[in-house]
Design a protein around this ligand. Structure first.
Ligand SMILES: [Zn+2]
Length: 241
């Protein structure tokens, strides 16, 4: 196969691929998946905040429990002093008793605070659990949508795979320099890197070329450059045009 035929086929394949990918992109099932993914991301952000809130209150509960333990140790020590029989001075005994009463009140206050925080922790855990379930439900529905998309877009996906395989084969048969030039033009010119000289017009830019330029193209190599759009142009011999 001539290079000019190969590159024309490559261009045709690229256009077909663009159309097929666009059709796949525009499937309502795909839009539904994107919407669902955004929703899941939002719920995941909520989940992260809910877990942070739970961890913060959990840390407060632990701190209060630690404080209570310290207080209990202090009370035990005071109690032991009283029971040891070493303290006999009534004034000192009264002091220790007062100290113990104070500690007991502090402990009651701490226990009340701990209980309140534990209730908050329970609610935070419940909230995180609900959001977690919502994330799971979102993922489940996403799975259903993906399956639906695959079922309905399966034919299109297979067609794209077939076109891609054919494109790879054609590209491999093209001279690397020509392929590179085509790819660069395709990248910079909205996916169209090649025109064909049809009568007096470039099929890519649809500009009617002046006769001297057409003569120059026809006198040159089978693949030239369009003077109007600077894409590659396949110069079709006059007799077969
Ligand atoms: Zn052109």
């Amino acid at each position: 196969m001539e290079q000019s035929d190969l590159i024309t086929e490559l261009q045709d394949l690229d256009i077909e691929l663009m159309r097929a990918r666009k059709r796949l992109d525009e499937m309502p099932e795909k839009a539904a998946i994107l919407t669902m993914r955004r929703r899941i991301a939002e719920i995941e952000a909520l989940l992260s905040r809910a877990r942070q809130a739970h961890d913060a209150v959990d840390a407060r509960v632990r701190r209060l429990e630690d404080e209570t333990t310290l207080l209990e140790q202090k009370m035990d020590a005071e109690q032991a002093k009283l029971m040891s029989g070493e303290v006999t001075n009534p004034k000192e005994v009264a002091n220790i008793s007062r100290e113990l009463d104070g500690l007991r009140r502090q402990k009651e206050k701490l226990e009340g605070d701990t209980l309140a925080e534990m209730e908050k922790r329970e609610k935070a855990a419940e909230q995180a659990g609900k959001v977690e379930a919502a994330v799971e439900e979102g993922r489940r529905r996403d799975g259903v949508l993906v399956k639906d998309f695959q079922d309905k877009g399966g034919g299109l996906t297979a067609e794209i795979a077939r076109l891609e395989a054919r494109r790879a084969a054609v590209a491999a048969s093209l001279e690397p320099d020509l392929l590179g030039q085509y790819e660069r033009l395709r990248g910079s010119k909205h996916g169209i890197g090649l025109g064909v000289l049809h009568d007096t017009t470039c099929t890519a830019c649809r500009v009617e070329l002046p006769s001297n330029e057409i003569e120059a193209l026809r006198g040159g190599p089978p693949i030239g450059v369009c003077p109007a759009c600077h894409r590659l142009i396949v110069v079709t011999p006059k007799e077969t045009a």
